[in-house]
Design a protein around this ligand. Structure first.
Ligand code: TXE
Length: 478
């Protein structure tokens, strides 16, 4: 059986614990590989390697960091089939989608390789008195903790800017989806990444993740995952005065106004609602449709979603794969039951499915629910599965209030051909990202992150480079 091992000080090694965790294939419900069960001592080892390697990495020419990171991107692209297959088996997502995400992982490395070459200091002349400049220095050793929904895509999204800014890293991928980070470690060795610059420690969140957050020498933590975990991490990191970037959950509204281009809105909404089984923090799980077009959009959406094939993730026609873990599968089904208790009418789906050949896998039908009040738990809590709630609305001010009325503030989508309305609503929505007539259209230079319980800080472009550096003001009197 394949074994997922750590990458510490440039070597692929087992945890000192000699213990192993089971790794499941969500489509079959069976264990298919083992994960080294690391602990705080492995984190210490990774930290020591990182600390030793960091000064040389920071002081290496930017071209050298650029070269290594680009080489890693090239090697991922050369092995895209292998990486995508591994991601699909580990996570449950369709293979074609995993392939897109592997391209994005390579793009993350390449984008921030370029940032390493372009990131610059600022200077400020203080009228005849002084010249100030801002040195942007590496932090040292940083911690990167990533989730299971877009495993390599989000892992690289964190480590790439950290590396570009000259830091060394102790990282931990999710224990539910460690495989592509393991393959990535091997690619780093092949690309000539200096030993210790990136360390990948596999294992459980409360053990390995927590040890990273608690570690005295690790000065900044970049985390993507659940809001509850984020709050726990913040409570440990804050008294130690660590820099923190938290990308947490969402309960994102998708609002279709009466003048929207309905064909486009429906086509995109199918993805907004159900891509990656709804396991994307940016998925729109609350769909609000203007009452004048409600029945029409509802019927057409149901038809479009009915056509989504649920099943074998390796089949190129599959649109909905398996749910990542048994626990999460039960959680999502629990929310469907809750929706019924709260008075919701199931318009489509609502059940688990057992596609032929995958009888023990964790599959759930894409589910559309109507008739829920804005304040019920189904409309307030993050489900993170193929489940959406739909409702009609009358007035713009009313829908803005409803859209803003959850503890989350990650992403909102609006559909309208009215430019003034689009600008006005975009300004009033309390979300880190507002998409107008599109969804998940990403430019890696833009700030990415959420308001309220969706997180603290922003990733992407210079925001990420600023997070992974310490600014120092040098003031020289003239
Ligand atoms: O995530 P966790 P879970 C949401 C989604 C989901 C819920 C919980 O609603 O149902 O969160 O998912 C590591 N100290 N999202 O429990 O636990 C863990 O090992 C340090 C939204 O699987 O937050 C993993 O590497 N680290 C989301 C990472 O944190 C800890 C993506 C995320 O896992 C830790 C995933 C600890 N005490 C879930 N405990 C998004 N926003 O994209 C766990 N970890």
């Amino acid at each position: 059986m394949m074994e997922v091992q750590n990458y510490i000080n440039g070597e692929i090694i087992d945890s000192g614990s000699s213990e192993w965790l089971d790794n499941f294939n969500p489509a079959t419900g069976k264990v298919y590989s083992k994960i080294t069960d690391s602990n705080a001592e492995d984190v210490d080892r990774a930290y020591e390697a990182a600390q030793k390697a960091q000064p040389n990495w920071e002081n290496s020419p930017a071209e050298e960091r650029f070269r290594v990171m680009n080489k890693v991107a090239e090697l991922i692209e050369e092995r895209i089939e292998e990486f995508a297959k591994a991601e699909s088996i580990d996570q449950g997502k369709p293979f074609w989608l995993a392939k897109n995400e592997m391209r994005r992982a390579a793009q993350n490395m390449r984008f921030f390789a370029t940032a390493a070459m372009q990131f610059a200091s600022e200077s400020h002349a203080t009228e005849n008195k002084a010249i100030n400049y801002t040195l942007r220095q590496s932090i040292g050793v940083v911690g990167c903790i990533s989730p299971w929904n877009l495993p390599l895509y989000l892992f690289t999204w964190k480590i790439a800017p950290a590396l570009a800014a000259g830091n060394a890293i102790v990282s931990k991928p999710s224990e539910f989806t460690p495989m592509t980070a393991f393959l990535f470690s091997k690619v780093c060795i092949e690309a000539g990444m200096p030993a210790g610059v990136l360390n990948v420690v596999h294992g459980l969140g409360p053990k390995v993740g927590q040890a990273i957050v608690e570690h005295k020498g690790i000065k900044a933590i970049s985390f993507t995952g659940g809001t509850v975990t984020g709050a726990r991490i913040a409570s440990i990191a804050a008294p130690k005065f660590k820099k923190l970037s938290l990308e947490l959950g969402g309960k994102n509204p998708n609002i279709i106004f009466s003048d929207a281009d309905i064909d486009k809105a429906i086509k995109t909404t199918v993805n907004t609602s159900f891509m990656n089984q709804g396991e994307i923090c940016l998925c729109g799980s609350r769909l609000y449709i203007h009452s004048s077009i409600y029945e029409q959009v509802k019927e057409r959406l149901i038809e479009a979603v009915k056509a989504l094939k649920v099943g074998d993730p390796m089949d190129e026609n599959t649109r909905i794969g398996a749910i990542v873990s048994k626990a999460h599968y039960k959680k999502v089904l629990g929310y469907i039951n809750l929706a019924k208790e709260e008075g919701g009418r199931i318009l489509l789906g609502g059940e688990s499915v057992n596609p032929a050949g995958f009888e023990d896998g964790w599959f759930i039908e894409p589910t559309i629910i109507e008739g829920l009040s804005p304040n019920c738990r189904t409309n307030q809590e993050e489900i993170f599965g193929p489940v959406i709630s739909i409702s009609p609305f009358e007035y713009t001010d009313e829908i803005i209030e409803i859209a803003n009325g959850t503890e989350y503030g990650l992403a909102a989508t609006i559909w309208t051909e009215n430019l003034t309305l689009a600008h006005r609503v975009a300004q009033q929505l309390q979300f880190g990202i507002v998409w107008v007539n599109c969804w998940l259209l990403r430019d890696l230079r833009t700030p990415f992150g959420g308001m309220k319980s969706s997180g603290v800080g922003r990733e992407g472009g210079w925001e990420a480079m600023r997070f992974f550096t310490e600014p120092k003001n040098v003031c020289i009197a003239l």
